[in-house]
Design a protein around this ligand. Structure first.
Ligand code: HEM
Length: 204
């Protein structure tokens, strides 16, 4: 039987660097376009929307890592889930900040009114609040404190966060509902793979 060659530290660092660059690139691109004054007729809306959509994409990339690791027979890929998840959280935090700061001028009373009156903001905020415990407990110290099983169970929250994010997107688009439906379809496929995987593992 041929033994799988252990990847070198250098290879690991290289992949880590590439993952980091790929996650950071959209933010760098947005900042660059912003400085160039090239974000279109409504730069604030463009900024908020781009940060939101990249947050959602990275949440889905995070969910795709386990199936990919299994399909490609590359278990070490799972190590990058945390980095991708933290980038997703950062994009969504910036999305929230640009809405509250740039759009509402930090009027927290108005934010509260929006949460109560605009269903898409209610859903977005719910998703954001659920993301906080995942971001806070992302350190090795927290994994030890909670125990890996509890920590993993806590991460099932992402199965709620993504549909909330997609519903938030669906409710805010006025005409073309195809983009949020595409994200919903990707999420469904990723969940279906998990169900199939569980069934396969539990069948004798
Ligand atoms: C997990 C959390 C969230 C995700 C995944 C998310 C994702 C998105 C996406 C995909 C868009 C549309 C982008 C596009 O049209 O291309 C969007 C727009 C928007 N989101 Fe979020 N969002 C989240 C949380 C929030 C929160 C907490 C707020 C504010 C309290 C918020 C406020 C907005 C606003 C104001 C828009 C733009 C609406 C418009 O231009 O009409 N989002 N978001």
């Amino acid at each position: 039987m041929s033994k799988r060659r252990r990847p070198s530290k250098l290879q690991d660092n290289l992949v880590y660097g590439l993952v980091w660059l790929a996650c950071f690139a959209p933010l760098a691109w947005l900042a660059w376009k912003g400085f160039q004054g090239d974000l279109g007729a409504n730069p604030i809306e463009k900024l908020i929307r781009q940060l939101g959509v990249w947050g959602l994409r990275l949440l889905l990339v995070g969910l795709a890592i386990t199936p990919l690791a299994r399909i490609l027979n590359w278990p070490r890929l799972v190590r990058f889930r945390r980095t991708v998840g933290l980038f997703a959280f950062s994009y969504i935090l910036l999305h929230l900040f640009s809405y509250v700061g740039v759009d509402l001028f930090f009027d927290l009373g108005q934010l509260w009114k929006d949460i109560l009156k605009r269903p898409f903001i209610t859903l977005g905020m719910a998703a954001f609040v659920l993301l906080i415990p995942l971001a806070v407990t992302s350190t090795n110290g927290w994994i030890l404190r909670l125990g890996r099983a509890t920590w993993q169970r806590l991460h099932w929250l992402v199965y709620l966060i993504v549909p909330l994010g997609v519903a938030h997107y669906y409710l805010l688009v006025k005409a073309d509902h195809r983009p949020p439906l595409v994200y919903a379809a990707v999420f469904t496929v990723l969940m279906a793979w998990r169900v199939w995987d569980r069934v396969k593992k539990s069948s004798p």
